[in-house]
Design a protein around this ligand. Structure first.
Ligand SMILES: NC(=O)c1ccc[n+]([C@@H]2O[C@H](COP(=O)([O-])OP(=O)(O)OC[C@H]3O[C@@H](n4cnc5c(N)ncnc54)[C@H](OP(=O)(O)O)[C@@H]3O)[C@@H](O)[C@H]2O)c1
Length: 323
């Protein structure tokens, strides 16, 4: 690819996050999106994005396909394959047909920790770019995306000591597309920092069907419980060399506490998933952290307990979906 050529990009998982980045990256690249349940709607009507940042009633029709095999049929090597699906098993095999060894950069825009290793193992010669996203977005109904006030992608190479230029190039690409992207040497620190919120609020709100504010105001013990989970997550992060201080934990907890006075509780994604009968990102967001704790003998009894409970809930959801 020369400096003047547009990069060839495949976006895997065109849900709420994927649709927004499909729209942005289409300004600077040749983009195709893999759609699943929303394929027919998007094929007929395109996407409509209502964004507090990028504008309301944005209508656009990306080139869409049903699978990575279909995307690969034109034999043009992909420069970037951007994974925006939820972090669930089997994605490396689903994207394999579209990955050109030694060439395609695989970009993961997903929550959780420990999610990159399966891609490193599956694609030994491809650069892996890991991204932490702050962007509240939902898709309801199919093809219609609502995006609220923030859009920030924190981006880094995986592993951190990689000499690849991919993360820096992807940041430049996003910036030229009008997105907000920042490059980090150690993106794992950023992943653990976000995990303080995700590993605590997500399972607790999914299990109790309380918003964060409803949970905190339900008993004297409730806020302490969340704090304890966050402290366990911080201890695991520190065991892996990522400096999550007690002050950072206080800060993350304080963000929810500040909402008590306004009454504006948040429904984390796992709570929304369980309410709509969808699978949750249990292992990426909690299970991997519990496994990593075990490997370094870091106690995390509260995190482990919510993992066991939410894993059971997710298994039940899977069985019900398969009936
Ligand atoms: N939404 C947010 O506010 C937000 C904010 C920060 C981070 N994140 C993270 O960003 C990631 C994406 O979240 P999201 O909210 O955009 O999820 P989403 O709305 O559920 O979208 C995911 C999309 O991926 C598709 N998909 C999943 N597996 C697929 C497969 N095997 N083949 C083809 N398509 C597949 C889904 O199709 P189906 O509809 O058929 O399932 C769906 O369209 C997650 O890791 C999430 O934790 C989300």
């Amino acid at each position: 690819m020369t400096a003047t050529e547009k990069p060839n990009i495949l976006l895997f998982g065109a849900g709420s996050v994927g649709a927004v980045y499909c729209y942005l990256l289409s300004k600077v690249g040749t983009v195709t999106a893999v759609c699943r349940s929303n394929y027919d709607t998007v094929k007929t009507n395109g996407f409509i994005i209502n964004s507090d940042i990028f504008g309301k009633n944005i209508q656009f029709r990306p080139n869409i396909v049903r699978s990575c095999s279909e995307a690969a049929a034109n034999n043009i090597p992909l420069d970037y394959l951007v994974v925006c699906s939820k972090s669930t098993p089997g994605i490396p095999e689903a994207i394999r047909p579209a990955v050109t060894p030694n060439h395609t950069s695989i970009v993961l825009i997903q929550n959780g920790v420990g999610i990159e290793d399966e891609y490193v193992q599956a694609f030994e010669t491809n650069p892996i770019v890991s991204c932490v996203l702050y962007m509240p977005a939902t898709q309801r109904p199919a093809g219609v995306i609502s995006h609220r006030e923030i859009e920030l992608l924190e981006v880094g190479n995986y592993p951190a000591n990689s000499k690849s230029q991919s993360a820096a190039n992807f940041v430049d690409l996003l910036t030229s597309a009008g997105a907000t992207a920042k490059l980090y040497d150690d993106i794992q620190l950023k992943r653990w920092y976000k995990l303080l919120l995700n590993a605590s609020w997500n399972p607790v709100c999914a299990l109790t069907l309380c918003t964060d504010v409803d949970f905190m105001t339900s008993s004297e013990e409730a806020t302490h419980f969340i704090y304890d989970i966050m402290m366990e997550v911080a201890a695991i992060a520190r065991a892996y060399g990522h400096d999550i201080s007690d002050d950072l934990v206080e800060y993350q907890l304080g963000r929810a506490k500040a909402r008590i006075s306004t009454g504006g509780g948040i429904e984390p994604s796992m709570m929304q998933d369980i309410k709509h009968g969808r699978r949750m990102e249990v292992d990426a967001i909690i299970g991997n952290a519990v496994r990593m704790a075990k490997e370094k003998n870091v106690p995390c009894e509260k995190l482990r307990t919510v993992y066991i409970l939410v894993k059971a809930l997710d298994s039940l959801t899977e069985r019900r979906r398969n009936v």
